[in-house]
Design a protein around this ligand. Structure first.
Ligand SMILES: [Zn+2]
Length: 186
């Protein structure tokens, strides 16, 4: 048998308040009351709602008080919008799956498009972080794997001197350029 009591249920609830379910267990099996009592209260924290509920029930002779008939065994956050949050999380996971399964395969390795998709998925950590600015002043970030940099690397154009080269789409650059943030630096 369960007995439910709603505190403040009819009052206007401030949106930042979270609804908590407080379950109290009967301590005395001889007591004819319900085995478990479920109370609801709104507050900003577990401590706050417990204080609130105890104010009502913890007084001498009260259910949680001297009589000691009930003992709180569980306080569970039961936000009225937890269902909304769950749906949002599910939507986000579906979106992530879509990006992973159909957008990512359509980008070519070592392109800015691939890097952007990996960044959206939070998986760009394995990429080089060197960056420079193109002729328009826009920042371009290297699209090669982290650690690819090799000072003995020769660029793929005629007369290019070794010195390590980063690459993003059609642009390649060396760490020695003025506008460059070298590999390894953030
Ligand atoms: Zn690089």
């Amino acid at each position: 048998m369960n007995f439910e009591k709603h505190f403040e249920a009819s009052k206007e609830i401030a949106p930042e308040l979270v609804r908590y379910r407080i379950v109290a267990q009967r301590t005395d099996s001889e007591h004819p009351g319900a085995v478990r009592l479920t109370n609801y209260a709104y507050g900003r924290s577990v401590e706050e709602v417990l204080t609130k509920v105890r104010k009502v029930l913890d007084k001498p002779g009260g259910l949680y008080g001297d009589a000691g008939l009930y003992r709180v065994v569980e306080v569970v956050e039961e936000s009225p919008d937890s269902g909304v949050r769950q749906r949002e999380r599910a939507d986000l996971m579906r979106l992530e799956a879509l990006v992973r399964e159909s957008v990512l395969p359509r980008t070519h390795p070592h392109t800015t498009a691939r890097r952007r998709v990996l960044e959206a998925l939070g998986e760009a950590g394995g990429l080089c972080t060197a960056r420079t600015r193109d002729a328009d002043g826009d920042v371009i970030v290297c699209t090669l794997e982290a650690g690819h940099y090799d000072v003995d690397d020769r660029p793929p154009f005629k007369d290019g001197k070794p010195g390590g080269w980063h690459k993003a789409d059609g642009v390649i650059w060396s760490d020695s350029g003025g506008a460059c943030v070298p590999h390894g630096a953030l």
